[in-house]
Design a protein. Sequence first.
Length: 139
Amino acid sequence: MPVRELVRCRGHPLVRSRHPTTFEITKEEDLSEAGDCIIGVAADKGAADLSSAFREALAKEGAVLVTTLRCGPIEVEVHAEGAPGLLLDHPTDLVWRRSDFICGRTIGIRSDYVSRSLPRALVDLLRAGEPLEAELVVL
């Protein structure tokens, strides 16, 4: 049975979305130009805030994470994998990675999208500060 979480955040004028291996959503309010993987700020959840049921499901062998990013009329479906080693203990950040690297911020590995591959129309809306909703579903 799928387990779901919903994360709400917003864009920021400094969203660049150029990172080649990750994308990130953070509870932090501000963004510097160096944060080229961050697509959303002021999130209502970080990794440590996810429910225990969600965390347990994502840490199972073979778990699949489907993240639907919604901003204005744009919707992007991202596929990544969970893993038994996921810590999910970072207080502010959620990071999707193309690689297998795991730390407390990692929510998904082997992601089929990274910051620079997200649709530019989505990035334009985020730069305008539009709200972003990330629906997370573990299969």
